[in-house]
Design a protein around this ligand. Structure first.
Ligand SMILES: Cc1cc2nc3c(=O)[nH]c(=O)nc-3n(C[C@H](O)[C@H](O)[C@H](O)COP(=O)(O)O)c2cc1C
Length: 402
């Protein structure tokens, strides 16, 4: 299975001296959990805020703290570590560190690593709002951007000074998202457009009630993450859900099946793959009441439903690879095959939703992939991200050569 874009990559994490330096612990931990080969470099100011030992406990090797330590058996650290690096990330980056990099200084181990590395660089500023707004900082940031360094943040919110302003370090989970996006850019789906639908649509009965379903959106979101990790230009058509949007996807929020249909049609230009794990309402109320329906007015109540158009069946773009999902409660395989044929799909992902510990809302699922040629791939119990990667593995060879 294709791993995430961070897996096996050599990443240098530089930490400069900010009140937010402690957040780099979370980032380091996340990078290691995603399989990165991580080296940590700290300035002496950063070591005032957080002990290097904390990072050493996560990466299981020494933290580089000094320009004058060799740090490696192969040679001087800033040559050996930076030569192998796939990416340099500075989080947090102080105003001082940004100024040094902008001006090519290299008298600390982070700015030295940036100057001596050929790897892409992500800089995540963190500082007081006034420091950030200062023209000197703004000019320095502009220099970094002009050189192709990727700036992530800062965001606006509560600052250590007690004020509210722009200067907060971007949350580690979002920094990780930006790292995945950048490292994924050379993936096998680079240059391909993938549209993924997610969540369960809602069909209004009145201003407070709707017909919905149990879809959490997790499968669609996991698929979008997998697509971003492989470099795809990813569009996520998101019906209501409680999930965090993946960094790098174009998000189009929709509520009803009709809105989802329209959003998908609008995105079909240049689209290579359409994958639809969303649970789209099959019917909608014939009428939606403008006012809340009062319970005292009705002892019994019937709602007439109208059928929604089947989105996948309606889309007939040439060369588009279409993937559908079949959530069934009985005869899973035969029902799935029927849908594959009726909707003219390239691949269908079938699962039995009567299993309560997998499927809707859970982190894992057990699905069967069936293609047009009749090939059946029964995946065991996997995370939804892993399933997403298997689906992309199956459809990648179906794409028309570019
Ligand atoms: C309590 C405290 C918090 C600080 N927080 C920040 C900060 O968030 N961002 C920043 O640019 N500087 C901050 N500074 C100032 C830097 O630590 C200082 O400029 C230092 O020289 C930066 O060194 P470095 O860039 O080598 O790590 C802070 C200083 C103190 C004492």
């Amino acid at each position: 299975m294709m791993p995430n874009s961070v897996h096996g990559k050599s990443i240098l994490l530089g930490i400069s001296g900010s009140i937010s330096s402690y957040k780099a612990v979370d980032l380091a931990s996340k990078l290691v959990q995603h399989g990165a080969d991580l080296d940590v470099i700290m300035t002496s100011s950063a070591a005032q805020f957080i002990a290097p030992l904390t990072f050493e406990s996560i990466i299981h090797k020494p933290v580089i703290q000094d320009v004058f330590t060799s740090g490696s058996e192969e040679g001087i650290y800033h040559i050996s570590a930076t030569e192998q690096a796939d990416l340099v990330v500075i989080a947090p980056a102080t105003a001082n560190m940004i100024a040094k990099i902008a001006n090519g200084l290299c008298d600390d181990p982070i700015s030295l690593a940036v100057l001596s590395s050929k790897a892409p660089v992500i800089v995540c500023p963190a500082m007081d709002g006034h420091m950030y707004q200062n023209p000197a900082t703004q000019e320095n940031i502009q220099k970094l951007t002009d050189r192709g360094i990727v700036l992530v943040g800062p965001t606006t919110g509560h600052l250590a000074s007690g004020s509210i302003g722009q200067g907060r370090l971007v949350e580690p989970s979002d920094i990780l998202g930006h790292i995945r996006l950048l490292l994924g850019q050379t993936g096998d789906l680079a240059g391909r457009k993938i549209v993924v639908s997610a969540g369960g649509t809602q069909e209004a009965i009145d201003p407070v009630r709707f017909l919905g379903n149990r879809s959490s959106g997790k499968m669609g979101y996991a698929l979008a993450e997998a697509a971003i990790d492989r470099g795809a230009n990813t569009v996520l058509i998101a019906a209501p859900n409680n999930l965090t949007n993946p960094i790098g996807a174009k998000i189009l929020e929709v509520v009803t099946a009709k809105e989802m249909h329209r959003a998908i049609l609008n995105e079909m230009e240049d689209c290579d793959i359409l994958i639809m794990p969303a649970a789209v309402a099959d019917w909608r109320p014939k009428e939606t009441s403008k006012n809340k329906i009062k319970k005292n007015d009705l002892e019994n109540w019937s709602i007439t439903l109208h059928k929604n158009e089947d989105i996948l069946r309606s889309i007939k773009e040439a060369d588009l690879v279409k993937v559908g999902f079949a959530a069934e409660t009985e005869n899973t395989l035969s029902q799935a095959r029927q849908k594959l044929n009726e909707k003219n799909l390239n691949l269908i992902v079938a699962n039995n939703v009567t299993e309560t510990d997998i499927g809707f809302g859970s982190e894992n699922n057990e699905v069967i992939l069936i293609d047009r040629e009749g090939n059946i791939n029964e995946l065991g119990l996997l995370s939804k991200y892993e399933i997403g990667q298997h689906i992309l593995n199956a459809v990648a060879p179906m794409l028309k050569p570019t």
